[in-house]
Design a protein around this ligand. Structure first.
Ligand SMILES: [Zn+2]
Length: 150
């Protein structure tokens, strides 16, 4: 078995088991300091999923909001928080039952898109695996998010 060799990081976040080929998309929806040192490995062999991507971001610890976003396009991702060279936290991304303020509705006529008053964007997660979201306002179901992530 070939072991992956990426430099270990001392402090920061390692996102592992990203769906192969989507690491750049994951990176694009995270709010990462433009000065941050980032290592990216794509299409790495994975025992579990065949191939996977890995993203390492130095000196940044992801918050829950970031994790929710990742779950939409990389539902198997695991997050490792590294401090002082030690893995202090490891968790899988998991969509909450409700998502607020991260995605906009794909229905252009939806009240959340056309209202003059600011309407909080709310989606119910009706399938956490696929995943599928349902707009609270118009009921539109969505399973493609990349163009709609805010
Ligand atoms: Zn809607």
């Amino acid at each position: 078995m070939r072991e992956l060799k990426i430099e270990a990081i001392r402090n920061g976040t390692v996102i592992d088991h990203i769906t192969a080929g989507t690491a750049l998309k994951v990176l694009s929806i995270l709010e990462v300091d433009p000065e941050a040192t980032i290592s990216l490995a794509m299409n790495v062999s994975s025992r579990k999923y065949g191939k996977k991507d890995i993203l390492k971001i130095e000196n940044m610890e992801l918050n829950e909001d970031d994790v929710d976003r990742i779950a939409l396009i990389a539902p198997h991702a695991t997050i490792n928080i590294i401090r002082g060279g030690e893995k202090v936290k490891k968790f899988k991304v998991e969509l909450p039952d409700t998502i607020k303020g991260i995605v906009r509705c794909m229905n252009p006529g939806c009240i959340s898109n056309v209202s003059n008053e600011p309407v909080e964007r709310v989606f119910y997660v009706i399938d956490k695996k696929t995943p599928i979201l349902k707009c609270k306002y118009c009921g539109r179901e969505m399973s493609e998010f990349l163009d709609y992530i805010l």
